[in-house]
Structure formats: C-alpha cells, structure tokens
Design a protein around this ligand. Structure first.
Ligand code: AMP
Length: 592
C-alpha cells in the first residue's frame, strides 16, 4: 500500500495497489457512463408469476444451481452455538413462515413487525413475510416500550415476532394499546394462556415448506423503516420490492461482493443498514452472510473475522474507534488472510480511522454514505479508486449527486468546489423511499426541482469526491443511530416533575454524539442528584438504552422562540461555547 503523506499525520490520499481480486467496478467513469437502472434490473430474475419480489431475488433465485447447497446464513450465537442455513434451507424455512402467515389470515400489505436480537428466526421471518407480500418493519431490540408502541400504532402492526423475554418486558404491557396487533409469535418458550400469543415452533412446524410467491408489483410496499426527524413522531420511510435492484447494484459495486465471498455486516437489522446489507444485498449476491448475535467486543470480533474467514466486512465508525482505542497490536495477533475489503457507514469516519485500518489490518476502511430514505448506498469509496481519508467517496453509478442551496421555491446548484451546501440526489432511483407513512406533505417537501434533499450538509471537491459537513437539522447521531430529540423530550415531559425539556447531541470521541437533555422543573420541584438519577431512569425505562439521554442538566427555564419552540440550536451553541447566531426569534431566555 502506497501512502502519499501530506502535511498531517494522516495521508491526504491513499493510493491503493491493484486489489487481490479484480474489483467489480474497475473503471469508475466508464461504468457510470454505460450504466442504466433498467439494464441492472434486467439482470435480476423477476418472479415466475410476474413482477419483482425481494425474497425471490435473495433466496429462491439461487435454487436449482450450485448455490442451493451453499451456506446462506452462518449464525454465531452468543454462547458459541452455530447454525448454518444453506440457500435451500432458507428457502424451505421462509416458505414455512410465509405459509404460517397465510394460515393465520395475515394478508398481503399487512404489517409484520420483528423485535428481537440477531437470531436466525429474525432472518427467516423477514424473508418469509416478504414472500407472503406482507410489509416488514424490523425494530431494534434495545428500544423501550414507548418507541415500540409509537411505531406499531403508526403502522397498524398486525403481527409481531419476538422472544419470550422481550415479550414479557416490553410487549405484553402494550397489548391493550395496540388492538390491531392480533398475533404475537414468540421464538422459544411461548407463555401459556396468553390470548393472541403463539409459539414459533408450533406455528412453522405444521406449515408446508413449499410456497409460491404471488405476482408482486415492484412498486408495492415491502419494508417500512422508521427514522427520526427533528419534530413530531418518527417518520415511516416506505420502501418497495423494486428497491432490490439497488441492493444488487450496491452489493456488487460499493461492497465489491464476489461469488465466493464470506460477508459480515455488523449492523443490527433494527436499523436500515442491517436490513439492506445485513439481509438483502449479500443474499441477492449469493454469498455466505455471517450473522453474529453478540454485541461489540473487539476480541470476539477479531475472532469472527479470523475463524469465519470473512473476506468483506461492513462496519461502523463507533466500532472502529473502539477498536482503535485498544491498538493495532490486538488485531495483529489474528491471521486474517481472507479479509480483502473493509467498508464503513453511518456517521463521519475520521481520517485517522481510515489510516488506522491500514496500520492494523493492512487495508483502509472505505467510507460510504446513505440514509434510511435512500434505501441503499449512494456515495462510496470504491475498491478500485484512491481514498481521500475523510471523504465519503463518489456517487454510485446511476446516482447523480450535487451540492445545492435552496433559493426561493427551487434550488441552485453550488458549482464551486469545497463550498458547503445541502447534499441532494437526482430523483428517482430504485431504492428511493416512496413516501413517509401517513405524511404526504412531509414527503413532498423532501423534493425540489427533481432533487431529493437529504438534510445533510456536505461539499464536493474538484475530483467529484463528497465530504460530509454536518446535519442541517437537530437530529442526533449516536453510535450510528439516529435519535429524534422530540421523542426524547416527549418522554421526559411525561414525568410529573418536568415542565420543559430540550435535547441535543454533544460531541463524543467514541460514539460521535451523546444525547444530553436540559430540563426545567415544574414549581414545587427542586433540582437534585436524586431527581437527576430518577429522570435518567424514567427515560431509560420508557425509551430503552438506545435512545435515552446519558446526561441531564437542570435549568430555570429554556431558551424559546416567540412561537414557544425550544431553541435547541442555542442550547447547543451555549453548551459548546460556539457563536449564538441569529437570536431575532428568541422570546424567553434563561440567561436574560
Ligand atoms: P440513518 O437514516 O439512520 O441511516 O442515518 C442517516 C444519516 O447518517 C445521514 O443522513 C448522515 O447524517 C449520517 N451518515 C450516514 N453515513 C454517513 C457517512 N459516511 N458520513 C457521515 N455521516 C453519515
């Protein structure tokens, strides 16, 4: 690896020697020029009955050939248990679950929620429900009852698959609030005597292992992924079966998946990366997909890379920074000759982390960018191209990206290199969201002059590489997860002592941003250590560890606009000692 070092310790450019395996995208410009989504779509199978179905492309398409016996999912359990599902096994098991849904009367288009850790049944449930043409929403298992209930209510969840423990702790108490949730399927020991609760084994063991997927309109809803906005409830981003074309293309070009790869995406399917790239893209590519049940632990992870001979690894900056803390020596005790491509997504990947990849693994991390709404990778550092550490890379073939400024009712393209503006993508592409559930106006506002506006600020250099600058809104990115401040504030003000709450993200060297809340108390309540702990506990119980604030600070009152909105921007500026900016809308102010 040649490192052309610039002034700083991190090279400005990593010029890579020819990769060990010829990249799928060898000539970026030629591939972009020749690319068409229609041709990419034509390379997929399509359903015998007509249309396009994600589960057919991911599973059934591989039957009858050499891939049928290949391991599709290699599951490594927390306690060291292993389970291998070949593409043939996965086809039969997903057929059983699709038949089980049909037997229960769950109709195409109805919503199937999945709330569990990374167990094999999660993967079977998602793909089986897609075969039955149900709409799937995977939820993060560290969500507390409130985020679960909000999402299930919004989507009118019909059936939920979970574990006995999560059922007891989080779901049982919500049943009365969710009358549309007719069945809960429990993987493992199902509680007895609970109406509307059925055990997974009893359900699938009696269901036939043959299932014919009915004609599926490529524009029909397949996945509903919730994401956070600055205001109001979470947004349900609607994705369709046709998105699989983008999953196939990005798996091939951005992750460089080849037929004999062993691939590991460390993301949880409760977040979009764990679905698009932890389930769909690797299976569409026909590779072996490693699934690790345990949470992050550097030694466990290095052990997985070594033992499973992972060749392509897709992970995230928070995990990379945690590994960096332990040093490169910890990696070098492991023989990783199979590992040939490493990618990262979800938050800014600092240049030091890219360079550390070279030091520790002999390979750089390839940063890429996308978001729930885009459904798949949009901007990437490709295997064949140099990396400029700190840059997210270049647009995928088939994607036109630009830096724009809103002007009147339209947008102006910012042509000057390295000038900040909003990152915009020319609409449409196959995995573009087709709506925000029940929120047409909010959806419509994302598109101006044929551009999808991402809500991220970025810049573009004179070679067409994009550089992340920040978010245009108040949404918080912590450990790769988007957290809506409004959802956290709403949970805090449910507490009898809380009059107002303002929630911001403050920079954290490991997890990117840490959730911090500012709270004004109601008359009669005194700020104290005990109340601080109580509020942290209250938020954690309602929201779950993934969303709850890590710190709370009491204030006599919070800065608000004349219309009564809490000025999070000002809270943040003051917390970080930054310029306070335009204060013309400020009405009440604690510091006055
Ligand atoms: P989500 O919808 O949860 O996947 O979050 C998407 C958001 O994460 C984007 O809009 C960005 O703000 C951020 N993000 C994703 N990938 C990157 C990246 N490579 N660099 C910087 N920010 C990123």
């Amino acid at each position: 690896m040649t490192l052309q070092t610039a002034a700083s310790a991190v090279p400005a450019r990593i010029v890579k020697p020819a990769p060990r395996v010829p990249p799928n995208l060898a000539d970026y410009d030629a591939t972009c020029a020749a690319f068409s989504w229609a041709r990419a779509g034509a390379e997929l199978d399509g359903l015998p009955a007509g249309g396009l179905n994600i589960a057919h492309e991911a599973v059934d398409r591989h039957l009858g050939g050499p891939r049928e016996a290949r391991t599709a999912i290699r599951w490594i359990g927390k306690a060291g248990a292993r389970r291998e599902l070949s593409y043939g096994d996965l086809a039969r098991q997903t057929n059983r679950f699709a038949n089980a849904l049909r037997n229960l009367g769950v109709l195409p288009g109805e919503r199937v929620f999945v709330l569990m850790g990374r167990l094999p049944e999660l993967y079977i449930a998602v793909l089986g429900a897609l075969k039955a043409r149900c709409v799937v929403t995977p939820l993060f298992s560290a969500f507390g009852p409130e985020p679960i209930a909000t999402r299930a209510e919004m989507a009118d969840a019909r059936l939920l698959v979970t574990t006995p423990e999560l059922y007891q702790r989080k779901v049982k108490g919500l049943r009365a609030r969710l009358p549309g949730l007719k069945e809960v399927v429990v993987v493992g020991e199902a509680p007895t005597g609970e109406p509307g609760v059925v055990g997974w084994d009893a359900l699938v063991s009696t269901a036939p292992d043959r299932f014919t997927i009915e004609a599926t309109d490529p524009e029909s809803m397949a996945l509903l992924h919730f994401t956070s906005g600055t205001t109001g409830r979470p947004k349900g981003a609607v994705h369709v079966h046709g998105a699989v074309v983008a999953h196939a293309v990005t798996g091939r070009y951005a992750l460089d998946l080849h037929d004999d790869d062993v691939f590991w995406c460390t993301a949880d399917p409760g977040w979009v990366t764990g679905t698009s790239y932890g389930i769909v893209a690797p299976l569409v590519a026909g590779v072996t997909n490693v699934v690790v049940e345990a949470e992050f632990d550097a030694e466990t992870w290095y052990g997985v890379l070594e033992r499973e001979k992972v060749s392509v690894w897709y992970t995230a900056p928070t995990a990379i920074r945690m590994m960096m803390k332990l040093g490169a020596a910890a990696v070098q005790g492991h023989a990783l000759p199979a590992l040939r491509f490493m990618a990262s997504v979800g938050e800014p990947l600092n240049p030091e982390a890219v360079a550390w990849g070279v030091e520790a693994f002999g390979l750089p991390f390839h940063d890429n960018w996308w978001q729930t709404e885009t459904g798949g990778i949009m901007i990437a550092n490709f295997a064949a191209l140099d990396i400029k550490p700190g840059s997210m890379g270049r647009p995928l073939p088939g994607i036109t990206a630009a830096i724009v400024r809103r002007s009147g009712s339209g947008v102006e393209i910012v042509e000057t290199p390295m000038t900040d503006g909003e990152l915009a993508l020319k609409a449409p592409w196959p995995s573009m969201m087709r709506g925000y559930l029940h929120e047409d106006e909010r959806y419509r506002k994302c598109f101006v002059d044929g551009w999808y506006l991402t809500g991220d600020l970025a810049k573009r250099d004179d070679e067409g590489y994009f550089w992340f600058v920040g978010r245009a809104d108040d949404v918080i990115k912590s450990a790769g997860h988007l957290i809506g401040p409004f959802e956290v504030e709403s949970a805090l003000i449910e507490h009898p002592a809380v009059a107002e709450a303002g929630v911001i993200g403050i920079p954290d060297p490991t997890v990117g941003e840490m959730v911090k809340a500012f709270v004004a108390l109601k008359p009669g309540f005194e700020a104290s250590e005990a109340l601080n702990r109580e509020l942290l506990g209250h938020a954690r119980k309602r929201l779950g560890a993934a969303v709850a604030p890590k710190a709370i600070e009491f204030r006599a009152n919070l800065p608000k606009t004349r219309s009564g909105k809490i000025m999070r921007r000002l809270l943040k500026a003051r917390e970080l000692g930054l310029p306070e900016g335009d204060l013309s809308t400020l009405e009440s102010d604690e510091q006055k």
